[in-house]
Design a protein around this ligand. Structure first.
Ligand SMILES: Cc1cc2nc3c(=O)[nH]c(=O)nc-3n(C[C@H](O)[C@H](O)[C@H](O)COP(=O)(O)OP(=O)(O)OC[C@H]3O[C@@H](n4cnc5c(N)ncnc54)[C@H](O)[C@@H]3O)c2cc1C
Length: 381
C-alpha cells in the first residue's frame, strides 16, 4: 500500500479543515490528507451564524481575516417562548457568512498551506495495529472523522447515531431584507417546544432564515417533516418568504458519544458537538477539529486518550453546564426567566451569549438569580 499518511481527515467542513490546518501548523512535515465526498464550493444547510468565539478559533488557525470582509453583526434580539424579549449589543460581534463561501475559503486555506485535498467518499474502514485503512487503499496513522451529522465513519467504528431525543432538525432558506437590517433575531416558540425561528441578515440585502425543533416533536405531529418545517417557517416569518430551503439534522451535545475508538477521533457534528440551547455548531467544529489534530500529531501513539483529555479541559465544564441547562429549559418558564433577567442585566446577557455560542459556564450566583425568578413566576402563575 503506497497511499500512506500520518493523519487522514474525512470531511472538509469547518471541523475537518480546522483539523488539517492545525496539523499542518504543528507539524509542517506531517503527511496530511483531507477527503470530502463533495467538491467545493458546496452548500450546507446552516444558519450561517459565525459566533465571535469561532472567529477567535480562526485566528488560532492563522486565519484572523478569513471573514473580515463580511459585516459584523453586533445586535442580537431573543424572544423567549413566553414572549419575554431582549435586544442588546453583543460584547464581541458575530458574523453571518453563507457556508457556500465560508467552507470553501477554509478548504482553500488548507490547500494553500500544502494539504492534499481529494474528492473521495469514505465507505469502509479497517483497524490495523498501529494504523487504520480506509476503503482498502488509504492507510492512516490517525483518522479524524469530521464527516458531519450522518457520519459514515462513526457508524463504521460501531458508534451509533445520536438518539432521536438528542437530535434536532432544522430548515434554512434565504429571504430579502432591507440592506440595513442588522439585528440577529431568535424567536423561540412555545408550540412544539423546544423550537425556534431565526433571521440572520447577511448584510447584502438577504437574510438566512430558518426554523428548527427536536426530532421527536416533529415525529409527534404525524405529518411529513418537510410540510411541518416549511409550514412553520412560513407561518412564523410570514414577511420573509424564503427560497433555497434545505434541512439537516443537528446531533446535540446532550447525546454525545465517546469521542472515538482506537485510532479514530470524532470531531464536529460527527461527535455530536452542537450546543443544545442554540444549535450552534461551527465554533465547536473548529475547536474539536483543532483539538483532534493536536492529539493526532502530538500523541501519535495514543491519540484518543490525548483527545479526551483536551476535550475535558476545553469543554468539560461547559458541556456539563449545557447538559443541565438543556434539562431545565424543557420548562419554557425557565427560559422566560433567563431572558427576563438578561433584559435587565447586561452581564447576564453577555453570559448567556457565552454559554449559547461559546464555551461559557454559569456562575452559581447567576443560576440562583434565574432560579429565584423562575420560582417567583411559578408561584405567581
Ligand atoms: C439548519 C441548520 C442551521 C444551523 N445554524 C447554525 C448557525 O447559524 N451557526 C452555527 O454555528 N451552527 C449552525 N448549525 C450547525 C452547523 O451547521 C454544524 O454544526 C457544522 O456544519 C458542523 O461542521 P462539521 O465540519 O462538523 O460538519 P459539516 O459542515 O456537515 O461537514 C461535513 C463534511 O463531510 C463530508 N462528508 C460526509 N460524509 C462523507 C464521507 N463518507 N466521505 C467523505 N466526506 C464526507 C460532507 O460532504 C461535508 O463537507 C446549523 C445546522 C443546521 C442543520
Amino acid at each position: 500500500m503506497d497511499d500512506v499518511w500520518d493523519v487522514v481527515i474525512v470531511g472538509a467542513g469547518p471541523a475537518g479543515s480546522a483539523a488539517a490546518l492545525r496539523a499542518r501548523q504543528l507539524r509542517p512535515d506531517a503527511r496530511i490528507l483531507l477527503l470530502d465526498r463533495a467538491s467545493f464550493p458546496r452548500d450546507k444547510a446552516c444558519g450561517d451564524g459565525i459566533a465571535a468565539h469561532a472567529r477567535a478559533e480562526l485566528a488560532t488557525l492563522g486565519l484572523p481575516d478569513l471573514i473580515a470582509d463580511h459585516r459584523p453583526a453586533r445586535r442580537l434580539s431573543v424572544i423567549s417562548p413566553g414572549g419575554a424579549r431582549v435586544l442588546a449589543t453583543v460584547a464581541r460581534p458575530n458574523h453571518v457568512v453563507p457556508r457556500l463561501v465560508f467552507d470553501a475559503r477554509l478548504v482553500e486555506a488548507a490547500r494553500s498551506r500544502g494539504i492534499e485535498v481529494r474528492r473521495h467518499r469514505v465507505r469502509a474502514l479497517a483497524h490495523g495495529g498501529d494504523h487504520v485503512v480506509l476503503d482498502g487503499a488509504v492507510r492512516a496513522g490517525t483518522v479524524i472523522a469530521a464527516d458531519g451529522a450522518n457520519s459514515a465513519v462513526r457508524r463504521l467504528i460501531g458508534i451509533p447515531a445520536s438518539p432521536d431525543r438528542h437530535t434536532a432538525i432544522a430548515v434554512r432558506g434565504y429571504a430579502d431584507v432591507p440592506a440595513d437590517d442588522d439585528v440577529q433575531l431568535i424567536a423561540m416558540q412555545r408550540e412544539g417546544w423546544p423550537a425556534y425561528a431565526w433571521s440572520f441578515p447577511v448584510g447584502d440585502g438577504t437574510a438566512n432564515v430558518g426554523f428548527g425543533m427536536l426530532l421527536p416533536e416533529l415525529r409527534a405531529t404525524g405529518l411529513p417533516g418537510r410540510e411541518v418545517l416549511h409550514g412553520r417557517l412560513a407561518r412564523l416569518l410570514p414577511h420573509l418568504p424564503a427560497r433555497d430551503l434545505r434541512a439537516h439534522h443537528l446531533p446535540l451535545s446532550t447525546g454525545r458519544p465517546k469521542p472515538g475508538a482506537g485510532r479514530v477521533l470524532l470531531a464536529g457534528d460527527a461527535g455530536s458537538f452542537i450546543n443544545p440551547l442554540t444549535g450552534e455548531g461551527i465554533y465547536y467544529a473548529l475547536l474539536t477539529g483543532r483539538l483532534a489534530a493536536e492529539a493526532a500529531v502530538l500523541s501519535p501513539a495514543g491519540p484518543l486518550p490525548a483527545y479526551r483529555r483536551s476535550l475535558r479541559r476545553a469543554l468539560g465544564r461547559h458541556l456539563v453546564t449545557t447538559d443541565l441547562l438543556a434539562r431545565a429549559s424543557r420548562h419554557p418558564a425557565f427560559i422566560d426567566a433567563a431572558i427576563e433577567t438578561a433584559a435587565r442585566r447586561g452581564d447576564v446577557f453577555d453570559l448567556l451569549v457565552d454559554v449559547g455560542l461559546g464555551s461559557g459556564t454559569v456562575p452559581p450566583s447567576l443560576a440562583a438569580a434565574v432560579a429565584r425568578r423562575w420560582l417567583g413566576s411559578a408561584v405567581r402563575g
